[in-house]
Design a protein around this ligand. Structure first.
Ligand SMILES: [Zn+2]
Ligand SMILES: [Zn+2]
Length: 142
């Protein structure tokens, strides 16, 4: 799916548009994503400069993040929307907050070593014990 992608939070106070490509989805099982989102967090990615946000996002530090990341929730309803790090020119976006159809697919599950014991990736899905490896297959952008 090409062209601008749009999405938003549960209550509608935050809407966003991505004026550029989106990355295939990575599903992160790390303990911080789990505590934040209630389960493994499905995230697409965009260039920071391509993301235009309308509405109030509450940014909070992700406590144990090795990347000094912040997590962004809707300030009104709390929907889990964004993950960003000062060192990255990319921002992660909760894939479930995109308007449909997204045109995206899941590329891999990551941080399985911190995953919940009840949440297993489907058979045949690429999995990684920690983050997506730098030498892993290139992730497609659409
Ligand atoms: Zn909201
Ligand atoms: Zn995570």
């Amino acid at each position: 799916m090409s062209g601008p992608h749009t999405g938003g939070c549960l209550c509608g106070a935050v809407r966003y548009e991505v004026r550029g490509p989106l990355r295939e989805i990575l599903i992160c099982h790390c303990v911080e994503c789990r505590r934040w989102a209630g389960r493994a967090w499905a995230a697409t990615g965009a260039r920071v400069d391509d993301l235009v946000i309308e509405g109030d996002v509450a940014w909070r530090a992700s406590p144990e993040s090795e990347y000094n990341a912040d997590r962004g929730n809707c300030a009104q309803c709390g929907s889990c929307l964004f993950w960003r790090s000062p060192g990255f020119d990319r921002v992660s976006i909760g894939a479930g907050t995109l308007d449909e159809p997204s045109g995206l697919r899941v590329a891999a599950h990551i941080w399985l070593e911190q995953g919940a014991d009840w949440e297993a990736p489907p058979p045949g899905m690429p999995t990684y014990p920690r983050g997506y490896p730098a030498d892993g297959p290139a992730l497609a952008w659409h």
